[in-house]
Ligand binder design. Structure first.
Ligand code: FAD
Length: 465
């Protein structure tokens, strides 16, 4: 992959004007890659860019903990040389994703050991702000802020422009001519509607109802409260559907996101928030926030369903239009996959552009389906382990979920299994590697240790089980 573009690479650019819709993580990463291949890249965004680290309206999810898998961090490093060091210099935290973390899965805490993968921990606005600063500095990228994308213009089977409307009262709308349009407007993307209006089919949609609710608070903790770890991931168990994730972020602060499922409301008053934390399967998070100073009130987010638009199944698509990021697939956020998938899609875009100009939409959607398949199957499969999530449980899903519980148990004492699992969870290795015969033997032949999790006893859970 090529490094950040500068004046010296302008002559290599074969495309004219690319327009990206949405300047969040997926849109900015797409713009970064397009800048290597197009004379001009315009990014249209309805928000005004806030200072680095500040929240903005168009990304309400940005208030909640955003883990970046180490694979995603590596792609960012390739796109923006020195990115990790720059984030750390500004206050982000790095650590080994197994040695300096506590992963509590299916009621077992993974054995901690060096795995050699670096996690980069920060708030989401801090990460996005750093990406935006790098992209905005590219000489051929222009971010049009405070501007709504209204519709697409198409002629003779090709998208040729985008209708935009400044949010400033009294400003007239206009059409941007475009050789390529990339929709990165997130989960609320209107491309399915626009396709229909242009005489194409909407893409089929896969949807899994998960009824996830988040509540998030930021803390300053007492010295040593997290021990030597930067991250605690405490996942639900069969007896206790509550999860929580706590991570170090810039400014010597910690973000704690608590997750309720299947319609249970997330705790929004401070006392309920602490009660919920105390009822997690492991006590570590409650212990970490004991005597901590909350810096804000709990903020909510409701995530009813994981949604995947199957663009790759459409037989007819207009040329000149690609879709990326959450606009294609919006995963259960609990698994922290979205930003890394957006980064991998940007990598695919770079590869296809280098191989011969703007990709045909069919080729694009087929290629990114390969990126999305693994994370989608992993996340929806794991969600189906919860008996209250509606959906068909194939024999394969049931078998894999049973195996994963055994694997989590075995990895609580076996460091090499813990490493293999974390390499898959961080999207570095493919999941099939967990089914290698030697690993399966270690998982299945080993006596299963007793779970060290506590079961749920909070009154709110009583009616649910
Ligand atoms: C609660 C929650 C927690 C999450 N946690 C994680 C995590 O831990 N790790 C992880 O990797 N991912 C996580 N994700 C997913 C992650 O946020 C997304 O995958 C990532 O932000 C990429 O999204 P995106 O850029 O495609 O869309 P978005 O982030 O939704 O951005 C869309 C952008 O388009 C703009 N826009 C929308 N419509 C228009 C319009 N008509 N005109 C102009 N601009 C428009 C918006 O203002 C916004 O800037 C989480 C998501 C949620 C909801």
């Amino acid at each position: 992959m090529r490094r950040e573009s500068g004046e010296d690479t302008v002559t290599e650019k074969t495309g004219g004007h690319a327009v990206v819709l949405g300047a969040s993580v997926a849109g900015l990463l797409a713009a970064r890659v397009l800048a290597d291949h197009y004379q001009r890249v315009s990014v249209v965004e309805r928000d005004v860019s806030p200072p680095i680290g500040s929240h903005r309206r168009g990304v309400p999810h940005g208030r909640h903990l955003h883990g970046l898998h180490s694979r995603g961090r590596r792609v960012l490093e390739e796109l923006f040389e020195g990115f990790t060091a720059e984030m750390v210099a500004d206050g982000a935290v790095t650590s080994d994703v197994l040695a300096n973390t506590r992963w509590q899965l299916s009621g077992y805490q993974l054995r901690r050991a060096e795995v050699g993968l670096t996690g980069l921990f920060s708030s989401r606005p801090f990460l996005e702000g750093h990406i935006r600063t790098r992209v905005a500095a590219l000489p051929n990228v222009h971010i049009l802020e405070h501007t709504d994308v209204v519709s697409l213009r198409a002629e003779a089977g090709r998208v040729t422009g985008v209708r935009i409307m400044p949010r400033e009262a009294g400003e007239p709308g206009q059409t941007l001519d475009a050789d390529l349009v990339v929709d990165a407007t997130g989960r609320g993307s209107r491309t399915p509607l626009w396709l229909e209006q242009l005489g194409y089919d909407r893409p089929p949609v896969d949807r899994l109802e998960i009824g996830v609710s988040y509540a998030t608070r930021t803390y300053r903790l007492r010295p040593g409260a997290m021990g030597e770890v930067s991250l605690i991931v405490c996942n639900a168990t069969p007896d206790n559907p509550r999860s929580g994730v706590m991570a170090a972020v810039e400014g010597h602060r910690y973000i704690l996101t608590l997750v309720a499922r299947n319609g249970e409301p997330a705790p929004l008053d401070p006392a309920a928030f602490e009660e919920f934390a105390a009822a997690l399967p492991f006590p570590d998070i409650a212990e970490a926030i004991r005597d901590g100073e909350p810096l804000d009130s709990p903020v909510p987010f409701k995530f009813p369903a994981s949604v995947r638009h199957r663009y790759e199944r459409l037989r007819r698509l207009p040329a000149g239009l690609l879709v990326t990021g959450d606009a294609v697939c919006s995963f259960n956020p609990v698994y922290g996959q979205g930003m890394t998938v957006a980064a991998l899609e940007a990598e695919v875009l770079g590869r296809l552009l280098s191989a011969g100009g703007a990709p045909q939409p069919q080729r694009w959607f087929a290629e990114i389906a390969k990126v999305v398949n693994g994370p989608w199957d992993g996340a929806t499969g794991a969600d189906l382990a919860d008996p209250l999530v509606p959906g068909k449980r194939t024999a394969k899903v049931r078998l894999i979920n049973a195996y994963l519980t055994r694997l989590h148990a075995a990895a609580s004492t076996d460091a090499s299994l813990a490493r293999a699992l974390i390499r898959v969870l961080s999207m570095t290795d493919r999941p099939e590697g967990l089914l290698r015969p030697d690993r399966m033997a270690r998982v299945l032949l080993r006596r299963r240790p007793a779970s060290t999790a506590t079961t749920a006893d909070a009154p709110a859970l009583a009616g649910r089980r």
